[in-house]
Design a protein around this ligand. Structure first.
Ligand code: G
Ligand code: G
Ligand code: NA
Ligand code: MN
Length: 254
């Protein structure tokens, strides 16, 4: 209850910040995107991880204004980078299933992108398999409506849920993100290596792109490059960082 009260104040006072974790094109090594990861700047407890407040925010409904803030902040930052001459990145923003249960999400996305001809290809919504599995007809219709505005989806933690492959055909998913638990023991663990290879090949045969999460070593990177994995994300590439730090990385990227 204390946490919930603090969260309410946090929403009013906008005590949140987005960190950005770079995503590179595997072949070129260039930064092509970033995942926006929210943190709560708690006045007494310091920087609080989403792992410690997203579930509570979902239960009490505060995830709706928090998620709206994250979306608008990511769109604002992405625009500011482009206006400053940085390469256009595709920013993936995590969206909770609870946000799709509210009718307002398509309108929010529409209003955030209004007035900018080029906003669409620079934003992506990141959802988990469970969002697809638990979605009502209304939520599914909202997902499609947003996709109809030109916004793509990436499917987080792929392989950890129980969704069937038919979901990949049925929903407007563009990118699957291989969960870091499968990447961790690659390439040495033969069964994990086979699994990762199978996911990449399956995704490509469905005309989807693939991001590997949790890439921490050069051996993992080289293995994923050999398999034709499209994008890489993980500590080897970069930790989640402040926008200003990512801008420095982009500048160094040439
Ligand atoms: O960055 P970190 O490892 O602490 O993130 C933990 C989890 O929090 C991740 O699974 C991520 O998907 C989730 N998360 C991060 N930012 C957001 C956000 O803005 N909204 C939602 N719903 N989840 C987020
Ligand atoms: O659930 P989701 O995949 O969105 O979680 C992202 C979380 O994973 C972030 O909190 C981020 O800090 C963490 N993360 C990102 N890259 C790595 C990595 O290479 N190794 C590990 N162990 N965690 C990572
Ligand atoms: Na995520
Ligand atoms: Mn992720």
């Amino acid at each position: 209850v204390q946490l919930e009260n603090d969260l309410r104040i946090a929403v009013e006072q906008q005590q949140f910040v987005l960190h950005y974790q770079p995503i590179v094109n595997t072949a070129s090594g260039r930064i092509v995107g970033a995942e926006a990861l929210i943190r709560w700047q708690h006045p007494r407890r310091g920087l609080v991880s989403p792992a410690d407040f997203i579930a509570v925010a979902e239960d009490c409904g505060l995830i709706v204004p928090i998620g709206a803030w994250a979306l608008s902040e990511a769109v604002r930052q992405s625009r500011a980078w482009r206006e400053a001459g940085y390469p256009a990145l595709r920013i993936a923003v995590n969206v909770s299933g609870v946000q799709f249960r509210e009718p307002g999400l398509p309108e929010l996305v529409r209003s955030l992108l209004a007035g900018a001809a080029d906003g669409r290809e620079h934003l992506m919504l990141e959802i988990t398999e469970s969002v697809l599995m638990d979605s009502s007809e209304e939520a599914e219709a909202r997902m499609r409506e947003i996709n109809g505005q030109g916004i793509g989806y990436s499917l987080d933690d792929f392989g950890t849920g129980f969704s069937s492959l038919s979901y990949l055909k049925r929903f407007p998913v563009d990118v699957v993100k291989i969960d870091r638990s499968f990447v961790r023991d690659c390439p040495d663990d033969r069964s994990d290596a086979s699994l990762v290879e199978a996911i990449i090949n399956m995704a490509h045969s469905l005309d989807l792109r693939v991001t590997a999460e949790g890439v921490e070593s050069e051996a993992q990177r080289d293995f994923l490059r050999r398999l034709g994995c499209d994008y890489l994300q993980g500590y080897l590439i970069g930790r989640p960082m402040l926008a200003a730090e990512l801008a420095l990385r982009m500048a160094a990227d040439g």
